[in-house]
Design a protein around this ligand. Structure first.
Ligand code: ZN
Length: 130
C-alpha cells in the first residue's frame, strides 16, 4: 500500500489527484490491474468526474451545499455534520482500471479528492490488485 498526502486550501476543495494515481501505477510497474484509491477520513471523500470545465466541481460544491447546508440544527457537537454527510455522499473509495500501464479513464474524467472540512492535510491510500 502507498500513501499520498494532499493539502486542501478551503473548507470545500476538489483536488485532481489523477497524476498521483498514474505515478503510483508507474512506480510499481503495473501493466494491467486495478488500483483502489481510498480516503481514510470521515469528512472527505473521493469521486471521478469532469476535469475539462472547472465550473463542474464548482457547481458540485453549490449543489452539495444546497442539499446539505452547513447549519441545519444537527446534533453532532463537533459542528461539522454537513462535512460528514457530504463525505458519505461522495464515498470513501474508487477503483480505476489500469491497462497497458495507463489509467483507463474517460476523456473528461479525473479522480478528485473531495475536501469538506478543510483546509487540512489529508492522506489517501493506494493499493493495487492484479
Ligand atoms: Zn465531526
Amino acid at each position: 500500500m502507498n500513501e499520498i498526502t494532499v493539502q486542501s486550501k478551503s473548507r470545500t476543495d476538489f483536488i485532481d489527484i489523477t497524476s498521483s494515481v498514474q505515478q503510483f501505477a508507474d512506480g510499481i510497474g503495473m501493466k494491467d490491474g486495478l488500483i483502489t484509491v481510498f480516503v481514510p477520513h470521515t469528512t472527505a471523500g473521493i469521486t471521478i468526474n469532469e476535469n475539462a470545465d472547472p465550473d463542474v466541481p464548482a457547481d458540485m460544491e453549490t449543489v452539495l451545499d444546497r442539499m446539505v447546508p452547513w447549519s441545519g440544527g444537527y446534533r453532532h457537537s463537533e459542528g461539522n455534520t454537513a462535512a460528514h454527510v457530504k463525505a458519505s455522499l461522495m464515498g470513501s473509495s474508487v477503483q480505476v482500471i489500469v491497462k497497458n500501464s495507463k489509467l483507463c479513464l474517460g476523456t473528461w474524467q479525473s479522480v478528485y479528492f473531495c475536501e469538506f472540512d478543510g483546509p487540512r492535510t489529508r492522506k489517501i491510500w493506494l493499493k493495487e490488485s492484479v
